[in-house]
Design a protein around this ligand. Sequence first.
Ligand code: FE2
Length: 355
Amino acid sequence: MKNSIKTVLSVFAFILAFFVVFIGASAYFCLLYRHKGTKASYRWSASDEFDISKIATVQKTGDTFTILNLADVQPCDLEDLKKLGVIHDEITYLIETVKPDLITLTGDQTWSNENLISLKCLIGWLESYKIPYAPVFGNHDYGNDGDSAVAGLDYCCDLYERAKYCLFDRGPNNIGTLGNYVVNVMEGDKVYTTLYMIDSGYAEYISDEQIEWMKWNAEGIRKFNGGEYVQAKCFMHLPIPEFNRAYYEYRLSGGRNFDNGVYVTFSLYGSEQNGFFDAAKAINVKDIVCGHQHGNNFTLDYQGVRLTFALKTGELNSYYEDDEVYLNGATTLTLSGGDTTVKSVFVDRERFHIN
Ligand SMILES: [Fe+2]
């Protein structure tokens, strides 16, 4: 009898020890261990031969091509895990409502150093929709200290590059930060629209090398298509200073803070001026879409380029919430012919919000 009790206690102790070790190891690798990932090896030079086959493509098959942009989803593994369910529901609702051909994400997909669980969840959801998606990094994606997160910069690149439907490419390692890449929307065998996915950088500036790299791509694509520069769009996280200038022009012309679904609570914070806007204009960029601010969703024309603050997606951060408007949802860009229509898609506060 004593032996059988001993045996039961031993088995129980073994199972308990197994679960303690398993849970401890899981917590360590998900919340503490720094996953470093693979170092980028590709170095770009303006003298490199352009090869369009290295650029990711999405085919435009109908009369229109719809892009759904998700911005600043940013849960934190330690503080916001309870939000993941409602964020998943919101993204599913947006995708089922919009039925996009392509999903773009303008950065801050996660927030804080504890980012691994949230990022893996997000990638898992996006893979399940079987729609191509193209993310850029924000200033929080690989940790509040730059590259100190559980999923560091290189490891985030690994996760995105391994995902089947993700078009992300970490790009060259010598033009500033990582995550600069190009997506061509094709119509038949011609490039219909080029999307420049730009890393606005943890350092909050766009480098001269990034600009030269973008121009090099534009020239290569122009030659491939024959004729003029292909109409293009830029997606990045931090706004460039022209967003601020567009805002003041809007207000000086009589625009109000909340007009026709356009909400503006502008504060000047963004990447530094370095000629990016003029370079983009010169290669036929017609749209620049940024995230980051949560409190804006304006889309304003400035010198022939439409500047759009993407609407924040997924469980609002409280610091911009007010009783007047629930600034949450996504942004759509519907391409038809040579035109693009930009709209905010708002979601219901009660359905997609945790207090
Ligand atoms: Fe941000």
